[in-house]
Design a binder for this molecule. Structure first.
Ligand code: ADP
Ligand code: ZN
Ligand code: ZN
Length: 822
């Protein structure tokens, strides 16, 4: 008898262990490591999972279920990727299932979907909550629908509790059905029907519609578009869209032709991805300084995997990347170009396309799931793409032969995924990925993170510096405007000091452009009652809600909960609600009042919901149809505009006052970056920096453009207070509905950890926002010396968490680790 064969499967679930299934002998095609299989899970569910391993060890703890089917003839996840997944799961303390969820575009993951059926024989006996009755009447009409539709109908995120009530009542029943989320894109095409594809019958067809001039015209047009009767009779087709574009409003004669059997309509599979070819341009010739930096980078790669390229804003880093990419492509290697933010991809895409044309693929979340599947498949099948430009999730693409990773704006925090797991840092994980491929990594930035600069100073990374702007344009002049003084002297025009106001005015007269930066979106951070100081807060989170004027709504920026703006104070009834502080929306409104002639546009999360919106805002500014661009941190990074003479930082203080040990570093980076948007071509630019604390050391470093001084001052603090780069950090975040239970569990967990790790354990302490979506949060911080092995520490942590969660009273506490938190 042949031994039974088993497969360990990665499922998109947060269980630490993989599940084992048996492989029925007649399964076809035969699964291998990295292929997708469909397996049953629990009572009714089915998932598509990834084969992790195949073996003949029967699990002792449970009876195995069979693998139901195999979805691929060859692996969709390469062995290198699985290796990489394992590293991510281990380093960032999460499960392989969580990595799988993040790594594959959703179009490649099938999951059974719950369908809810109405029971027509149901008769109500007991009492039902009002909401349940409302839902029942909806269901009795629909007969069957998905959970998502129910959530939509009830306008809530999760309706499982309510649904369970109805299931218990036998008012509805549910089943599971596997849902394939990837649909190839098809387009309706038209061609001559088979029977008309010879001269005689085509002639007859024309005769038969002699009295219908529009049909005749349409048929002739089709023949013309296929390139002549010869082609049409060979069955060549044209798209319905193209045909109707030439004959607007001809849908009904077209349908007549189809009905008469003269034309045939059929769906043709097409690609979503834009493969339009741009004119390929020669790369630019380097300036002397650039040429020198390029040489140094190449040399540094001789003995380093990672090189930090510290080049001031507008020094021409992107041009250097282009040369470097070309070099690697010539060797037949692939290149990954990582960017922190979608807003940036627009400009860089244009620049890279000019050089690399269709070899460039783009990957980010504003692409539809289908488009992402097509990029993924393209790489898997080694088709077109040799360079991928993408945001953090592109480290999960199936590279075969990666030679170089460029991490542009390496200091940016958005490279770290905050929620959900895996809470990975794309720069750091990218370095690991490069090791697995034997590839090089170039970290580029004008304001290196303290960690990277420290690594470079100690020789762990190579270091190349470029301190002059391209064409030796001077770094912008930075004027500090004292907000306190201007307020005292009553010189403020709304949120503008006289200095900033005058500079904007002058720029507009000179036909120059202005960028205004405010690190907050919305109209104002909160509303406040002027009588009793009541502030509207989110029902589910421990934060005040942000006022959005245009929508006339209060929005929670943590959970998205929205309410209509109240007219009166909910505490004392007074109508005296006033806005406090200001966000980008308010600045926009004020700028429009103060500079009525100026054309104004705004770029923040609220104005960039779609893929196109970034492009529109950026190209309007590029082409000069907008004079003043207002934005959040989105406008600070990487953008390259020719005609900006003034940058205004409306309030530097709220950046520096964040309760975080990185606040100063981050404040410096943001201010230096946004300043870098000024005066990139032709003439020196000006930055007006408004602050209430002009004496603040960080403000001085920004004015002097003195990265080194900022670095040294911060490094000293990090050493004193035991922070990175000298120490490693892990946050353990605990969540639960009840505060008491949560606090007890957290205290117990901290105590247990302290028995081994001593004073490396801090807390538990409430994080700045201590309740999110109706769950309380608390946090334990671990700080440990660089010398300790991370895997040893993580084992201690995991054991302690297991011990706590196995205590019955704390079973429902959720705990996650945030490794190297930002
Ligand atoms: P950075 O990425 O360092 O901010 P960029 O690469 O965007 O700088 O360069 C700034 C500007 O100078 C861009 O408009 C770029 O096209 C131009 N530039 C840089 N290097 C060259 C070069 N060698 N020849 C011509 N133009 C260049
Ligand atoms: Zn009040
Ligand atoms: Zn909320």
């Amino acid at each position: 008898m042949t031994p039974d064969i088993y497969a360990d499967i990665i499922l998109p679930l947060p269980f630490p262990k993989l599940f084992t299934y048996h492989i029925p002998p007649d399964l076809n095609p035969y699964p291998e490591r990295g292929t997708r299989v469909v397996v049953p899970f629990g009572k009714k569910k089915q998932y598509s999972g990834i084969v992790f391993s195949i073996h003949n060890k029967k699990p002792k703890e449970y009876e195995t279920k069979p693998v139901l089917s195999v979805l691929d003839n060859s692996p969709v996840v390469t062995p290198k990727q699985i290796d990489f997944w394992e590293w991510i799961a281990e380093y960032y303390q999460c499960t392989l299932g969580e990595v799988y969820k993040a790594a594959l575009p959703s179009g490649l993951k099938l999951e059974s979907e719950t369908r809810v059926y109405y029971n027509p024989d149901y008769e109500q006996t007991g009492e039902l909550p009002e909401k349940a009755i409302k839902l029942l009447s909806f269901l009795s009409e629909k007969k069957v629908c998905s959970v998502a539709e129910i959530n939509d109908f009830l306008n809530q995120k999760n309706s499982l509790n309510l649904l369970q009530t109805l299931i218990d009542e036998s008012a509805v029943f549910v089943t599971e059905r596997l849902k394939d989320r990837y649909r190839p894109k098809t387009e309706n095409h038209l061609r001559l029907n088979e029977k008309c594809r010879n001269e005689k019958s085509l002639h007859e067809a024309f005769n038969s519609i002699e009295k219908a001039p529009r049909q005749t015209e349409l048929l002739m047009k089709l023949i013309h578009l296929t390139g002549g009767a010869g082609n049409a009779m060979k069955g060549k087709s044209v798209s319905r869209k193209a045909l109707l574009k030439e004959n607007p409003g001809a849908a009904s004669p077209l349908n007549e032709l189809i009905k008469k059997g003269i034309l045939e309509q059929f769906p043709l599979q097409t690609e979503r991805l834009d493969r339009s070819q741009e004119q390929i341009q020669q790369k630019k010739t380097f300036s002397l300084a650039q040429a020198k930096a390029f040489e140094e980078i190449e040399k540094a790669f001789d003995d380093h995997t990672v090189v930090l390229f510290h080049g001031v804003t507008s020094s021409g880093k992107t041009e250097l990347y282009i040369h470097l990419i070309e070099k690697h492509l010539k060797k037949g290697e692939q290149v990954l170009y990582l960017l922190p933010e979608i807003a940036l991809t627009t400009q860089i895409t244009t620049r890279l396309k000019r050089h690399f044309g269709n070899r460039l693929g783009i990957y980010h979340s504003k692409f539809s799931s289908e488009e992402r599947v097509e990029v993924y498949r393209d790489l898997l099948e080694d088709k077109n793409y040799q360079i991928i430009l993408g945001v953090r999730s592109s480290i999960f693409l199936p590279f075969k032969n990666l030679g170089l990773i460029i991490v542009d704006e390496e200091h940016e925090h958005s490279f770290k995924q905050f929620d959900p797991a895996p809470r990975y840092h794309a720069r750091d994980a990218g370095i690991m990925l490069a090791h697995k491929h034997g590839a090089k990594v170039l970290l580029g930035t004008a304001t290196p993170s303290i960690e990277s600069y420290y690594n470079a100073q100690r020789g762990k990374y190579g270091l190349v510096e470029l301190h002059t702007r391209y064409e030796d344009i001077q770094m912008p002049r930075i004027l500090v405007a004292d907000l306190k003084e201007a307020r005292r002297k009553k010189q403020m025009k709304s949120h503008f000091t006289p200095v900033l106001f005058e500079h904007i005015e002058k720029a507009l007269t000179d036909k120059k452009q202005v960028i205004l930066f405010q690190n907050r979106r919305g109209f104002s951070p909160f509303l406040e009652c002027s009588v009793c100081s009541w502030v509207p807060r989110c029902k589910f989170c421990d934060v005040s809600m942000t006022y959005h004027k245009k929508m006339n709504q209060l929005v929670c920026h943590y959970c998205g909960h929205t309410v209509t703006t109240p007219q009166t104070c909910q505490a004392c009834g007074s109508p005296a609600l006033s806005t406090q502080g200001f966000g980008t929306e308010k600045i926009e409104e004020e700028v429009k009042l103060l500079f009525p002639e100026a054309r104004v546009s705004r770029m923040d999360l609220d104005t960039t919901r779609s893929k196109k919106s970034y492009q529109t805002i950026i190209s309007d500014f590029e082409t000069g149809s907008v004079d003043i661009l207002i934005g959040t941190q989105m406008v600070t990074k990487g953008l390259d505009f020719n005609n900006v003479s003034v940058v205004g930082i409306l309030n530097a203080d709220n950046m520096l006052n964040m309760p975080d040990f990185r606040a100063f570093e981050r404040g410096f980076q943001m201010m230096a970056q946004v300043s870098g948007r000024a005066g990139r071509k032709n003439k020196r630019g000006t930055v007006v920096l408004q602050t209430s604390s002009p004496e603040h050391p960080i403000i001085k470093y920004v004015v002097d453009n003195d990265y080194d001084a900022m670095y040294r001052s911060q490094l000293a603090e990090r050493r004193t207070y035991k922070y990175p780069p000298y120490f490693r950090l892990i946050y353990l975040v605990l969540k639960h509905k009840q505060k008491n239970t949560l606090d007890n569990a957290a205290t117990a967990l901290a105590a247990r950890l302290r028995t081994i790790l001593g004073d490396r354990v801090l807390g538990p302490q409430e994080p700045p926002v201590a309740r999110i979506q109706n769950k309380y949060l608390t946090r334990i911080m671990l700080k440990y010396e660089k010398g300790h092995s991370p895997s040893y520490i993580k084992k201690i942590v995991n054991d302690a968490i297991d011990a706590i969660l196995s205590d019955h009273q704390w079973k429902y506490i959720s705990v996650y680790a945030d490794v190297d938190p930002l």
